[in-house]
Design a protein around this ligand. Structure first.
Ligand code: HEM
Length: 327
């Protein structure tokens, strides 16, 4: 009798709680039993890499974004070309730009030693993005885990889905909406540009010929533009590097938003947040005034971005090497 009552209670409990468990396919405790040291290992390799080169935090944060916007957060970005796979690393947004792949390799090989065939490359990207944010002074959050890795890549997805710096405000917003992200996520996540660098080629147009009339972008501060022109000439110097946030380029803070209000956003896609839309302009003001508000929303939006179409259950695989599919 007691046994039957117990069974009945278990069935009821399962029915009641199942929807809660399945509402989110990913959860932070995913590796607690299978690889209890996973999070520490990721953190320590990221911390070492950032200590060696401060910019690496920015580069790793960006990789998670470029992964999630193409076929979901499935580490498709990390695959090298081979066989039928054409690597996303050669796409317009990634070529001569996406970096940090060796750090992912180092994390993966440390994890394979500790617990083979267990931690996905897609989860490593999500954890490394969070750790990079924390290490540079930004907010922390619990990263939902349990993503699996893709068996393919999409070069066209990478070219089409990831917003370009010269896209219009509407195009950028549409590209976010196609991923299930909204206008608040757009502004908060753009705040990532509080760290890291851009090449001259990504914003040159603003300095010389913004709208085909041979004039600089009117919404760019004049003296800041002159400064930028000195190392980003009309032709040549394509790969010259510039800080996305010239005030505090290696610190995760809200200067990105303060710069936008002073017409000192580096990319066209940054500055349009204050010049093209009332709602984003107001959000920029709020985040410029209140960094806690920015941090809080950034964490929420990163979790939302990290939840884009993950492979779960028996879909995909756990790659042994992030650069190639298991054969
Ligand atoms: C809103 C649309 C966005 C556009 C158009 C955009 C565009 C760009 C461009 C053009 C660069 C410089 C690349 C180069 O010249 O090599 C860059 C850098 C960067 N982006 Fe974005 N981005 C966007 C959103 C995001 C988001 C959502 C994140 C992260 C969640 C992010 C994180 C970064 C970081 C951290 C860097 C610096 C990388 C480094 O120094 O290696 N960006 N972005």
């Amino acid at each position: 009798m007691a046994h039957q009552t117990m069974s009945f209670l278990i069935v009821v409990a399962t029915l009641v709680f199942a929807p809660l468990c399945f509402a989110h396919n990913l959860y932070p405790q995913f590796y607690d039993h299978s690889c209890p040291k996973a999070k520490e290992i990721v953190y320590s390799v990221v911390a070492q890499a950032v200590a060696k080169e401060a910019r690496m935090a920015a580069s790793l944060l960006r990789l998670h974004f470029h992964d999630c916007f193409v076929k979901g957060c499935d580490a498709s970005l990390l695959l090298d070309s081979s066989g039928s796979i054409v690597s996303e690393k050669g796409s317009n947004p990634n070529r001569n730009s996406a970096r940090g792949f060796e750090v992912l390799d180092a994390i993966k090989s440390a994890l394979e030693k500790e617990c083979p065939n267990t931690v996905s490359c897609a989860d490593i990207l999500a954890l490394a993005a969070r750790d990079s944010t924390v290490i540079t002074g930004g907010p922390s959050w619990e990263v939902p885990l349990g993503r699996r890795d893709s068996k393919g890549a999409s070069l066209s997805g990478s070219n089409n889905n990831i917003p370009a710096p010269n896209n219009t405000f509407q195009t950028i917003l549409t590209k976010f909406k196609l991923q299930g992200l909204d206008i608040v996520d757009l502004v908060a996540l753009s705040g990532s540009h509080t760290i890291g660098n851009s090449r001259c080629t990504s914003f040159r147009q603003r300095l010389y010929n913004q709208s085909g009339n041979g004039l600089a972008d009117m919404t760019l501060d004049k003296s800041y533009a002159a400064q930028l022109r000195s190392r980003c000439p009309r032709s040549g110097g394509d790969q010259n590097l510039f800080f996305l946030d010239f005030v505090s380029p290696t610190k995760f803070d809200n200067y990105y938003f303060k710069n936008l209000l002073a017409s000192k956003g580096l990319l066209n896609s940054d500055q349009v947040l204050v010049t093209k839309n009332q709602q984003t302009m107001e959000l920029v003001k709020k985040y410029a005034e209140n960094s806690e508000l920015f941090f809080e929303q950034f964490a929420k939006s990163m979790i939302k971005m990290g939840n884009i179409s993950p492979l779960i259950g028996s879909s995909g695989e756990i790659r042994k090497n992030c650069r190639k599919i298991n054969s």
